[in-house]
Design a protein around this ligand. Structure first.
Ligand SMILES: Cc1ncc(COP(=O)(O)O)c(C=O)c1O
Length: 389
């Protein structure tokens, strides 16, 4: 069988491969990036689905429009106001998760060989998509305040990229948040270089400490930003609902590109999300999951205080991840095998870097494991690290 060459350099997500190991009985996972399964508002969604289907079944079960259901678009526009982003209906398209918003950016903007700049490290799913569209992905160095602007400026001049992909808030994989100052600098640089920004913001509402930082999109007077939001982390990833907010010309292209992918995001999912957001239950629900994740983050960070001092790690104000830098001589890919044998899994950091390397890094997720599992798993991890340090 002869497959298309465009996939020659694309491998399946390393995390999905790690998922297979997690099925082993007793395995404690700090690997995935999933919301906690007990965070889902199952009963409310069951009730909403039943009444939606009884009352509007004929239209919900019919084909729908590609841009999405008008009432959900209005709900998204209202949510955007709370993020200081003003959007009109022709600047919004409902997507099947932020994942589709990333794919549509690549599909509508990238020709083979075009450069995309990303944080280094960045989200594996985006890397995989960009490679599928034969982009040349270049990483921009980051520190605790997000992408480093001197490196960004150098690479904007050197590579003349198609766009910059950034996760400025509670970044996957590092948990870091880009400072407001850097966000302003990024907009100014992109204006000067006439480069678009793809701002991926699925973790925005999962804040456990510190003050909110405005999205880059809210600082964008020239419509340079394509902003992606998602309901995955606040309601359910299985419903597959998100949205892209951008200049109407971008949305029009997204609309054309989406038609050939899935025609539209499932009507039932869109209606459920809209009804849930309007029910008055979403806000207390988000508060409750934030409280739970805050405690889990704190439990994990507390265990890390006992780690050898030569190990550094991020202390995120939100999101789902902690990023670990082991001493340079250590290799988190090798440690991974020992850890899995001992019953705990994480994701080796090397997979998140566009140019590879950084074998001494790892990503830990704190949302999926129970408190008992965090306690036990972190002890196991500490034991393996101390044996190898
Ligand atoms: C940065 C980032 N973008 C997008 C996604 C996917 O989100 P969605 O479920 O909305 O497609 C994830 C999920 O892990 C993510 O971490």
């Amino acid at each position: 069988m002869e497959f298309a060459k465009r996939l020659d350099n694309v491998t399946g997500s390393a995390i999905r491969a790690i998922f297979a190991l997690l099925a082993q009985p007793g395995m404690i996972s700090f690997a995935g990036g999933n919301p906690s399964p007990d965070s889902f508002p199952k009963e409310d969604i069951a009730n909403i689905s039943a009444s939606l289907l009884c009352e509007h079944g004929s239209s919900i079960l019919q084909y729908g429009g590609t841009p999405g259901i008008g009432s959900l678009k209005n709900t998204v526009i209202k949510m955007m106001e709370t993020r200081s982003i003003s959007a009109k209906p022709d600047e919004v398209i409902i997507t099947s998760g932020a994942t589709q918003g990333i794919g549509l950016a690549a599909k509508t903007l990238v020709n083979p060989g075009d450069v995309i700049l990303t944080e280094s490290p960045t989200f594996i799913g985006a890397l995989q998509t960009f490679l599928t569209y034969e982009a040349d992905v270049k990483g921009v160095e980051m520190d605790d305040d997000g992408m480093k602007m001197d490196d960004l400026e150098k690479k904007l001049t050197l590579y003349r990229p198609k766009f910059i992909y950034t996760i400025p808030t509670f970044q996957n994989p590092t948990g870091r948040t880009m400072s407001l100052e850097r966000r302003k600098q990024m907009i100014a640089l992109c204006k000067a270089h006439n480069v678009l920004i793809l701002e991926d913001d699925p973790y925005c509402d999962l804040r456990y400490s510190g003050q909110p930082v405005r999205p880059i999109k809210s600082l964008d007077e020239d419509q340079l930003v394509i902003y992606l939001m998602s309901f995955s982390k606040i309601i359910s990833p299985g419903l597959r609902v998100g949205a892209a907010i951008a200049h109407p010309r971008v949305i029009e292209k997204y609309n054309i590109a989406k038609q050939g992918e899935d025609l539209h995001t499932a009507n039932l999912s869109q209606e459920i999300v809209n009804a849930y957001m309007l029910s008055g239950k979403a806000e207390p629900h988000i508060e409750a999951i934030c409280a739970q994740y805050r405690d889990k983050r704190d439990a994990m960070l507390k265990k890390m205080e006992e780690w050898p001092k030569s190990i550094t790690y991020t202390k995120p104000d939100g999101g789902l991840f902690i990023w670990v830098d082991l001493p340079k001589h250590m290799n988190a890919v090798d440690l991974f095998k020992q850890c899995v044998d001992a019953g705990v899994a994480y994701v080796p950091g090397v997979h998140f870097f566009p140019e590879g390397g950084h074998e001494n890094t790892m990503r830990l997720n704190f949302s999926m494991a129970s408190f008992e599992q965090i306690d036990k798993g972190m002890d196991i991890l500490k034991g393996v690290i101390e044996k190898n340090i």
